[in-house]
Design a protein around this ligand. Structure first.
Ligand code: B12
Ligand code: SF4
Length: 440
């Protein structure tokens, strides 16, 4: 029986050691989904390196490596070990897709973007004569008919209290730093509601009362989201996801999301300066609306988690210090910070490269905690320094107390606030060790 071994690599920490965890809190869907697309005559094994060890002497015929951001470098190391042992190595996922030509220097084949058409083709090619093509690039036209993911593969791992479900893929917006926009160019696909429901029901049958809707911007199609939420509501589960603050502009949709169990959303707020947002091609988000929209969402009972960026072209030392004040005033329970990183394949990367503002092209540095470009109004060293300053300040006892314990929402949804407290303590532990907390 032929065998494929899927590996999600971990990455190196600031201490140059491989990052390991006791648990995966937000497991990815890709391998359970690919496993479900694998013909019955194939054996499938999954290793998630952050919790698993890799056996380089495996009997697998193909090694399939997933790539997320700069963790592709650990993927390259793993690929080299397997190729030394004569294995066929394939890479897929966002990062390999955006730098496919580069990735091909280290692996036998790259699946660019969606694998629904490419992956079965690849296995068929291998079965014919053990030879596969260098690149498989077959974008999907719709997301209908996806098989039920083999969640069992995740249950063998130490995971948290939720499983992933996908409703849509891509995004209708085109922010110039975003990998989703770079790959999907403003396209957003949704799965039939009945098929999403089937997956959620499966998650429930497996004993989970919570799931994560993996979409990058679930308000991309408000009508679809509303229909989906109405179907989810009777299941009496809770769920988390990601979207833009525009969710708050549609009170009916906001309430529907909350009634269906949506109780934690991550929002790409990015910057507290309008010029910063404009330079990211995110001018549709208005900084003077941030506070009101956050308040509306919190008051509905949905906890706000925020993704903030440091080092945009409008940033100064003052604006970064004011970002801390913004987090305190809005009492955002789960804030995360990234240094603006120009991902290769994005318009932002092309622009900064053309303007000769990239400080290095070594992707290993592109980890979101090092400034790898020359910002317009602040030095890259200062951005690095303020990144750790803001993380330490935001995860100080004082800030945690003010944002969570004194949060007016705590009485309405005590359990989510308890969860937020656990997340904050977890992040605090990593920050104290000098490890960016947002990578696990
Ligand atoms: C879950 C998740 C995580 C989990 C992973 C847990 C785990 N180890 O299992 C956690 C939270 C730990 C995480 C961490 C990170 N992540 Co992450 N993550 C995601 C998320 C939300 C969902 C992934 C998923 O399952 N999607 C559903 C599947 C079905 O879709 P898919 O991944 O696109 O896969 C399809 C194809 O790409 C292809 N495919 C994907 N991989 C492979 C592999 C093979 C071999 C093949 C054949 C095909 C294939 O097949 C799938 C079906 O078509 C995505 C966002 C997203 N929209 O996908 C970000 C995302 C993938 N993560 C991203 C990043 C950057 C990171 C980090 C570097 C964090 C950071 N500092 O920003 C780390 C790196 C971790 C690591 N060591 O690899 C970026 C990647 C951007 C890029 N240019 O690569 C994304 C896109 C988020 C974003 N909007 O920027 N992540
Ligand atoms: S709204 Fe979010 S997912 Fe969509 S393009 Fe912008 S950053 Fe990417």
């Amino acid at each position: 029986m032929p065998k494929i071994l899927f590996i999600q690599p971990t990455q190196y920490g600031t201490d140059k050691k491989l990052c390991k965890q006791k648990k995966i809190h937000l497991p990815g869907l890709v391998f359970p989904l690919l496993a479900a697309m694998t013909p019955e005559n194939w054996e499938v094994e999954v290793k998630i390196e952050v919790v698993d060890e890799i056996n380089y002497n495996t009997d697998a015929d193909i090694i399939g490596i997933g790539t997320m951001g700069y963790a592709i470098y650990r993927g390259i190391e793993i690929a080299a070990e397997f190729r030394k042992r004569g294995k066929v190595v394939v890479m897929g996922g966002y990062m390999a897709s955006l730098v496919a030509e580069k990735a091909l220097e280290y692996v036998d084949s790259v699946v660019v973007g969606d694998a629904e058409i490419s992956y079965p083709l690849l296995l068929r090619d291998f079965e014919k004569n053990r030879r596969i093509q260098r690149i498989y690039h077959h974008p999907i036209k719709n997301l209908e008919g996806l098989p039920l993911p083999k969640y069992e593969l995740l249950l063998e791992k130490p995971i948290g209290n939720m499983l992933p479900v996908q409703a849509g893929r891509g995004c209708t917006q085109s922010c110039n730093f975003c990998s989703i926009a770079s790959l999907y160019n403003g396209k957003y696909f949704t799965r039939p509601v009945s098929e999403v429901l089937r997956d959620i029901q499966r998650v429930k049958d497996l004993g989970f009362n919570r799931f994560y809707l993996l979409d990058d911007n679930i308000v991309s199609n408000p009508k679809y989201l509303k229909t989906l939420c109405k179907e989810i509501e009777p299941l009496k589960m809770t769920w988390a996801s990601q979207c833009t603050l525009h969710l708050a502009k549609n009170p009916d949709l906001l309430r529907t999301v909350h009634r269906s169990g949506g109780n934690l959303m991550s929002f790409g707020i990015e910057s507290i300066t309008q010029e910063g947002l404009n330079k990211l091609d995110k001018s549709w988000l208005k900084v003077d609306e941030h506070k009101k929209l956050i308040q509306t969402i919190s008051e509905t009972g949905i906890m706000v988690s925020a993704e903030m960026m440091l080092g945009t072209d409008s940033d100064t030392e003052e604006s970064i210090r004011a970002t801390y004040d913004f987090i305190q005033q809005t009492k955002i329970p789960i804030p995360r910070f990234y240094i603006l990183t120009p991902t290769p394949g994005s318009p932002l990367y092309d622009r900064l490269k053309a303007e000769k503002r990239l400080l290095t092209e070594d992707l290993q540095e592109y980890d979101g905690s090092h400034c790898v470009h020359e910002p317009a109004n602040i030095s890259p060293q200062k951005v690095d320094e303020l990144y750790w300053w803001i993380y330490r300040k935001v995860f100080s006892w004082k800030s945690i107390f003010q944002r969570i314990i004194l949060n007016p929402g705590i009485l309405k949804s005590p359990f989510v606030h308890l969860f937020a407290l656990a997340v904050n303590l977890h992040y605090r532990k990593y920050i104290k060790k000098g490890v960016p907390p947002n990578i696990f």
